[in-house]
Write a protein that binds this ligand. Structure first.
Ligand code: GLU
Length: 497
């Protein structure tokens, strides 16, 4: 048997360090067994998936030095490797389950489902819905069918008993069937859900081992049942511990930059970041901290993964990166890599049109453009002093802007400007005044190129991190204030597009 593993990211945002972490372990596991590693794009959520995000995922994993054997960009015998191009396959298998009575069409509306769940909650029952809860009288089904009402296809799930499955790291796991609902397999738009597409593809792509984040443990019973329904052998499962913020909460962009692009932009070396991710829950037999991907593969043993939540700590990463820089880069390599990082034509061409009007000679460039090549800026509370803004105004603007930017999906300067303007208006500030604290946060001075241009160039994670850093510098909200502000922000945010 050839070991085959895969990473199956959904292209719905910036490439996440968690994706790189899981990809790395799948890659190491496959290579250690002389096997193959596949990249599959899970883009069945058509409203959230974008080609830009897919491209960024591929670019980031490639930057990190990860190499896959088959993928959307590397045709192989099991393609296509993008789920949106495999609709017919999912249709066929859904029909098979319907024909065999292992799945059923469900015409329930969203309101009815809410009502059913509420009823169960009131009775102190699990809210997982079963076919007996969902069933409608036959005439009602015919009426809805005749009216072409939308329906989904759900899988049959046992009402009672226990589902037992094995995990390479956790041993035997038991989940009561009463906690598992009749999962939707096919949505009303005819697209499959993650569960169906994932099982069908893992089987057809001959995946032997599924290493994925622990947040998928609760999906395993449904997957196991689908394998059984189809009469297929289930791959071995291994749920990796989730990366955590230093405060132990699940790594989230609201607290910690999570985008691989941020770490690249911050000037970390790909080798060091990969090394750091390998240290997340795993250790070399001799416990050494610094090692390459090849060394990891040569020494890989999945049972050395420890389940305590690994903490992703930027300070530790910086320390490791420093070692890589000092020990592994000759001066020539340093020069070459630094040039590639800061002075590559693509980056320079974004910056030059902005700074050219502001310089008279090349010696003016570094002072004007330095903030575009920096990490966190050295700013003080005094830098935020402004004739028409009180300290509390500044704190609020930074906090509200930070919340607004957390949920911004379209990261381009026009959109950023219109969102800032709308939020500034709603808060009762002139747009110039509203932007002032953002200038200081992003560029360290208000005498700088346009702040929205700068945010576009710096990207979401770096911009958000600088604004959070600024907020900490001026003083973020107390617990009490945060509650009040959040409420107020939620009201104001209604005017945002
Ligand atoms: N598309 C899922 C994700 O975004 C894949 C989960 C899995 O590996 O099964 O993480």
């Amino acid at each position: 048997m050839t070991v085959r593993t895969r990473i199956a990211p959904s292209p719905t945002g910036d490439p996440h360090v968690g994706t790189a972490y899981i990809a790395l372990f799948n890659l190491a596991f496959a290579r250690q067994h002389g096997g193959e590693f596949i990249l599959r794009i899970e883009d069945t959520d058509q409203t959230r998936s974008t080609p830009e995000s897919e491209q960024a995922i591929l670019d980031s994993l490639r930057w990190l030095g990860m190499d896959w054997d088959e993928g959307p960009d590397k045709p192989g015998p099991h393609g296509p490797y993008r789920q949106s191009e495999r609709s017919e396959i999912y249709q066929k298998y859904t029909q098979q389950l319907l024909d065999e009575g292992k799945a059923f069409k469900c015409y329930r509306t969203a309101e009815e489902l809410d009502e059913l769940r509420n009823q169960r909650r009131e009775q102190g029952l699990q809210t997982a819905l079963k076919q007996s809860d969902l069933a409608l009288p036959a005439e009602e089904v015919s009426a809805r069918e005749a009216a072409n009402a939308p329906y989904v296809v759900r899988m049959q799930v046992p009402e009672e008993g226990v589902c037992v499955f094995d995990d390479l790291l956790r041993g035997t796991i038991e989940v009561e069937w009463s906690q598992v609902d009749c999962q939707i397999l096919m949505k009303s738009d005819g697209m499959p859900t993650y569960h169906l597409a994932n099982v069908v593809d893992d089987h057809l792509m001959e995946i032997t081992h599924v290493l994925r984040g622990e947040e998928w443990i609760s999906s395993a019973p449904k997957h196991q049942l689908l394998y059984k329904y189809f009469g297929w052998e289930m791959p071995a499962l291994c749920h990796m511990p989730l990366l955590r913020n230093p405060d132990k909460s699940k790594l989230s962009k609201r607290k910690n930059p999570t985008s691989i692009i941020y770490y690249q932009r911050m000037g970390y070396l790909a080798d060091a970041l990969l090394n750091y991710l390998a240290r997340m829950g795993w250790s070399m037999p001799d416990e050494r901290e610094k090692f390459s991907l090849e060394e990891m593969i040569a020494n890989f043993d999945i049972s050395r993964v420890s389940l305590g939540g690994p903490i992703f700590d930027q300070e530790k990463l910086s320390w490791l990166n420093g070692m890589w820089i000092r020990e592994d880069l000759s001066d020539e390599q340093f020069a070459q890599q630094f040039q590639q990082w800061a002075l590559n034509p693509e980056y320079l061409m974004q910056i030059i049109p902005l700074i050219k009007p502001r310089v008279e000679k090349f010696t003016d460039v570094a002072p004007v453009a330095g903030f575009l090549m920096s990490g966190m800026l050295s700013i003080t509370e005094e830098d935020f002093a402004h004739k028409s803004l009180e300290r509390d105004d500044v704190r609020k603007i930074l906090q509200y802007a930070s919340w607004m930017l957390d949920s911004e999906q379209q990261w381009n300067k026009d959109r950023l400007f219109s969102q800032c303007k709308t939020l500034g208006d709603a808060m009762g500030f002139k747009v110039r005044d509203f932007l002032y604290p953002l200038f200081i946060a992003i560029a360290g001075t208000s005498a700088s190129v346009s702040v929205v241009d700068s945010m576009q160039i710096l990207g979401p994670d770096m911009s958000r991190a600088r604004i959070r850093h600024a907020l900490n510098t001026v003083g973020g909200p107390s617990k009490k204030e945060a509650k009040r502000w959040e409420k107020e922000y939620r009201e104001l945010a209604k005017s945002l597009g």
